[in-house]
Design a protein around this ligand. Structure first.
Ligand code: PEP
Length: 249
């Protein structure tokens, strides 16, 4: 099996003011001193991307956006392009998060265009997929997730420019997590899909996301084909985030 460096990314969502940069700085200092195995990233709100990237420059913690527009520029009030994120110092951008799919009606087609935009700008696209509780209860999880992987990943995706995050919608922000068997089943299916489509499909990182906390991180990270985590609430404080990072050591 190919060696994949684990990746652990914090998604701050619509949380964080200038004062919160102290947490990012503390995380970078801890990472520089303790050198975790995992590559680390933080995705703050757009207002903090540039200042956080400047603050963390040269540190082991990369910065990412939480979304981007598919176009490079133009008349799209309130939107931010992948090129702007890159210019602000970002390395990553999350696309297709379920909150964007639900709140902003983003289809797989839109997500794929955003992934392409990320690649055009030289960013790593973190493409989110995951089933709702109704879809899981209906026994449709693998069909839904495979369909999203197929339709949301652009053809130019490689293991270097794309990361897949499996985030069951019902596990995000709820404190509920799938069993390790359920996580293993979905990650194995995603791996199969990636290997069937891409020459380097074995090398893509597949993250798990959804209520990852210090007390469940170790068992989730130990699942086959879980190459790290996308972490929401528990990434806001170093005291919660660090034990999750250490769980992949
Ligand atoms: C997320 O929004 O990507 C997420 C996983 O959130 P939480 O960890 O808070 O469930």
């Amino acid at each position: 099996m190919a060696a994949r460096q684990p990746l652990i990314v914090g998604n701050w969502k619509m949380n964080g003011l200038q004062a919160s940069l102290a947490e990012a700085k503390a995380l970078a200092e801890k990472a520089a001193a303790q050198k975790p195995v995992a590559e680390l990233g933080l995705c703050p709100p757009a207002t903090l991307v540039a200042v956080m990237a400047a603050t963390l420059k040269g540190s082991p913690v990369g910065v990412g956006g939480q979304d981007c527009h598919a176009k490079a520029s133009g008349a799209h009030t309130g939107d931010i392009s992948a090129e702007m994120l890159k210019d602000a110092g970002a390395t990553y951008v999350i696309v297709g998060h379920s909150e964007r799919r639900a709140d902003h009606g983003e289809s797989d087609e839109i997500v794929r265009a955003k992934g392409q935009a990320a690649h055009r700008a030289g960013l790593v696209a973190i493409v989110c997929v995951g089933e709702t509780l109704a879809q899981r209860d209906a026994g449709e999880t693998l069909k839904v997730v495979s369909g999203q992987v197929r339709a949301s990943l652009p053809d130019d995706a490689t293991a270097a420019n794309t990361v897949v995050a499996y985030e069951p919608v019902w596990a995000i922000g709820t404190g509920r997590t799938p069993t390790v068997e359920q996580v293993a089943e979905v990650h194995a299916a995603i791996r199969q899909d990636l290997m069937a489509r891409f020459d380097d499909g074995a090398n893509f990182r597949i993250l798990y996301g959804g209520s990852v906390k210090p007390d469940n991180a170790k068992q989730l990270m130990a699942v086959a084909d879980v190459d790290g985590a996308l972490v929401g609430g528990a990434s806001l404080k170093v005291s919660d985030f660090w034990p999750i990072i250490e769980a992949k050591n």
